[in-house]
Ligand binder design. Structure first.
Ligand code: HEC
Ligand code: HEC
Length: 301
C-alpha cells in the first residue's frame, strides 16, 4: 500500500526516477560519440610540455555504464521502485519479513510446544529452558532490568525474593503479559515537616539512623494520612497495588532522607511494559520461568 497523500507525489517520484536514469543514458551516449585519437587537447599544460588529451572513455568501460542503466530500468519493472507501483515480482519488505518470521517460528515451534506443556516451576528447574529464557531476557528485558537482572534505580531487581507485584508463578506471568503501572501519589500537601517525620519513620523501619521524635510522629502520620492504605499498616507492602515493602533493605529509588522526601513529596510513577501481544504466550511463559529461576537462586550468578 502506498503512503502518498495524492497522485501528485506518486508521479513526482516516478518522473524523478525515470528522468534521472534516462539522463544518465543520454549523457553516456553524448560522451561516446567523439571520435578518439583526433588529438584534441584540453588546453591544460603542466611542467612546460605535459598536455591533457580529451579522449572518450574506452568502449568496454562505456558498456559497463550502459549495463548499469539497463539494469536500473529492469529493476524498476521488477521491484517497487516507481511511486506506488508494486513491481511485477510482488516483492515487499513486509512480505519478506513475514516469510522469514514464519520460517523461524516453525523451527522453534516444537521447542516452545514442549515448554508450554511444562509447569512453570518445572521449567524454571530445567537447564535448557532457563538457557532459552536467558537468551530472551537478554534481548528484551536487559535494557531496563540489567544483564544480571539486578535492576537499578527505578527498575526492580528480579533476582531477589522481594516482589512489588508478587512472586507467584501466575503473578509473574501476569506482570510480563500485561505490564504494570506502579503509582505512588504525591503528598506535597502534607507539608515539609510531616514529610520529614514520615521519611525518618520509613528509614527507621529498615534500621537506618533516624531522629526518634520524628519517628514517633511519622508513625502516627503513616497511619492517619493513608500511607498504610497502600503499604499496609505494618509497612510490609501490598502486591495488589505494587506498593513496595518499606521494612526491608531493598530500595527502588534510594534510602537517603533526601530521596525518601522526594519520593513522598513528588510521588513516583513507574511502568513495566506489556509483552503478551509482542512476544506471544510461549515466550512469556519461558521468560516467567527464567525470572522464577533467578528468585530461587538457581539462575543467578
Ligand atoms: C522499559 C523498561 C522495562 C523493560 C524493557 C522491561 N521491564 Fe520489567 N519492569 C520495569 C519497571 C519500571 C518495573 C516496575 C514497575 C512498577 O514500579 O510497578 C518492572 C517490573 C517488572 C516485574 C515485577 C517485579 C516485582 O517486584 O514485582 C517483573 C517480573 C518484570 N518487570 C519482568 C520483566 C521481563 C521478563 C522483561 C522482558 C520481557 C521486562 N521486565 C522488561 C521496566 C521494564
Ligand atoms: C495509592 C497507593 C500509595 C499510597 C497512598 C502511598 N504509596 Fe508509597 N508507593 C506506592 C507505590 C505503588 C510505590 C512504588 C512506586 C513505583 O513503582 O515506582 C510506592 C513507593 C514508595 C516509596 C519508595 C520505596 C523505594 O523502595 O524506593 C516510599 C519511601 C513510599 N512509597 C512511602 C510512602 C509514604 C510515606 C506514604 C504516605 C505519605 C505513601 N508511600 C503512600 C503506593 C502508595
Amino acid at each position: 500500500m502506498s503512503d502518498f497523500v495524492n497522485q501528485f507525489w506518486n508521479w513526482y517520484v516516478i518522473l524523478l526516477v525515470l528522468v534521472s536514469i534516462i539522463a544518465c543514458g543520454v549523457l553516456l551516449w553524448t560522451q561516446s560519440v567523439t571520435t578518439p585519437g583526433k588529438g584534441d587537447t584540453t588546453g591544460h599544460v603542466w611542467d612546460e610540455n605535459l598536455e591533457e588529451y580529451n579522449n572518450p572513455l574506452p568502449k568496454w568501460w562505456m558498456w559497463l555504464f550502459y549495463i548499469t542503466v539497463i539494469f536500473s530500468l529492469v529493476y524498476c519493472v521488477l521491484y517497487p521502485t516507481l511511486g506506488s507501483y508494486q513491481g511485477v515480482l510482488g516483492w515487499s519488505s513486509d512480505g519478506q519479513w513475514a516469510k522469514e518470521k514464519a520460517k523461524a517460528d516453525e523451527q522453534t515451534k516444537p521447542l516452545y510446544d514442549k515448554y508450554m506443556k511444562m509447569d512453570l516451576k518445572a521449567l524454571a528447574a530445567d537447564k535448557e529452558g532457563v538457557e532459552t529464557g536467558k537468551r530472551l531476557y537478554l534481548t528484551y528485558c536487559m535494557q531496563c532490568h540489567g544483564a544480571d537482572a539486578r535492576g537499578s534505580k527505578g527498575f526492580p531487581n528480579l533476582a531477589d525474593n522481594d516482589w512489588q507485584w508478587g512472586g507467584e508463578p501466575e503473578t509473574i506471568v501476569e506482570t510480563i503479559s500485561n505490564g504494570r503501572m506502579g503509582v505512588m501519589p504525591p503528598h506535597a500537601q502534607l507539608g515539609a515537616e510531616t514529610i520529614k517525620d514520615l521519611a525518618n519513620y520509613v528509614r527507621s523501619l529498615s534500621g537506618l539512623p533516624a531522629d526518634s521524635v520524628r519517628v514517633t510522629k511519622g508513625q502516627e502520620a503513616f497511619n492517619s494520612v493513608g500511607c498504610s492504605g497502600c503499604h499496609g499498616p505494618d509497612a510490609k507492602g501490598m502486591h495488589a497495588v505494587g506498593a513496595p515493602n518499606l521494612t526491608d533493605k531493598i530500595w527502588l529509588y534510594g534510602s537517603s532522607e533526601g530521596t525518601i522526601i522526594e519520593t513522598i513529596t513528588k510521588g513516583r510513577t513507574n511502568q513495566m511494559p506489556a509483552w503478551k501481544e509482542f512476544l506471544g504466550e510461549e515466550k512469556v511463559h519461558v521468560l516467567a520461568a527464567y525470572v522464577l529461576s533467578l528468585g530461587s537462586g538457581a539462575g543467578s550468578q
